[in-house]
Design a protein around this ligand. Structure first.
Ligand code: ATP
Length: 175
C-alpha cells in the first residue's frame, strides 16, 4: 500500500489540535507534495498517534508539541518533538521494550501499559524503517521515524504489479 504521507500527518496533527486545546501544536510541513511512502495508511497513522500521545502525556510542564516531516528522493522522516520531562540515556533503549515504563508508580494515574512504543517500533521496522530518540532530561524529546520512499516510477510499477496479481486471482463468476 502506498500512502500520501502529508495527508496522514496533517490528519493526525488536526485531530490532536482538536482533542487538546490547551496545547500548542506546530506543524512544519515545508515539503513538496505528495510524499509517497510504501506503508499501509492505518499503520503510519497508528505510529504517529502513539508518538503524539506520548508527547502530550509526558510534557505537562510545557504544553507545546512540534511535528515536522521532510523527504528526499530516497527516504522520508517524520519527527515529533516535545519539551517535557525527557528520557535519560539509560532508559532510551528500554522504552521500546514491551511493558517498560520509566515511572512505574505513575501507571495508575496516567494510564498506559508501556506498549505504545513497542508497537510503533515493530510497525516501523516491518516497513524497513527506523525509529530514534534524541532527548535531554528535563528538556524534552524528539522521536524520529524514517521510511524508505518510492519514486513515481517505482510507485507505478508497484501499482501495476498489484493489478496484475489481482487479475490473476480473479476467477470469473466468483467474487
Ligand atoms: P501506552 O501503552 O498507553 O502507550 P506508555 O505511554 O507507558 O503507555 P509507551 O508509549 O511504550 O507506553 O512508552 C514507554 C515509556 O516511555 C513511558 O511510560 C514513558 O516513561 C516513556 N516515554 C515515552 N514517550 C515519552 C516522551 N515523549 N517523553 C518522556 N517519556 C516518554
Amino acid at each position: 500500500e502506498v500512502s500520501d504521507v502529508s495527508e496522514v500527518v496533517e490528519q493526525v496533527f488536526d485531530n490532536f489540535k482538536m482533542i487538546h486545546p490547551d496545547y500548542v501544536f506546530i506543524l512544519d510541513d515545508d515539503v513538496q507534495r505528495p510524499v509517497q511512502a510504501q506503508i499501509y495508511r492505518n499503520h503510519l497513522e497508528q505510529i504517529l498517534i502513539i508518538l503524539m500521545d506520548n508527547a502530550v502525556k509526558y510534557s505537562q510542564t510545557r504544553k507545546e508539541v512540534h511535528m515536522s516531516y521532510e523527504s528526499d528522493s530516497r527516504s522520508l522522516e517524520v519527527a515529533v518533538q516535545d519539551f517535557g520531562e525527557g528520557i535519560s540515556q539509560e532508559n532510551r533503549d528500554r522504552v521500546f521494550n514491551r511493558f517498560y515504563r520509566v515511572d512505574k508508580a505513575r501507571s495508575r494515574t496516567k494510564g498506559g501499559n508501556g506498549l505504545g512504543l513497542a508497537i510503533a517500533k515493530r510497525l516501523i521496522e516491518a516497513y524497513h524503517g527506523r525509529i530514534t530518540i534524541e532527548s535531554a532530561l528535563g528538556q524534552g524529546s524528539v522521536f524520529r521515524i524514517s521510511l524508505p520512499i518510492l519514486s513515481d516510477k517505482d510507485a507505478q510499477i508497484l501499482t501495476e504489479k498489484k493489478e496484475q496479481a489481482q487479475a490473476a486471482n480473479d476467477v470469473p463468476g466468483i467474487k
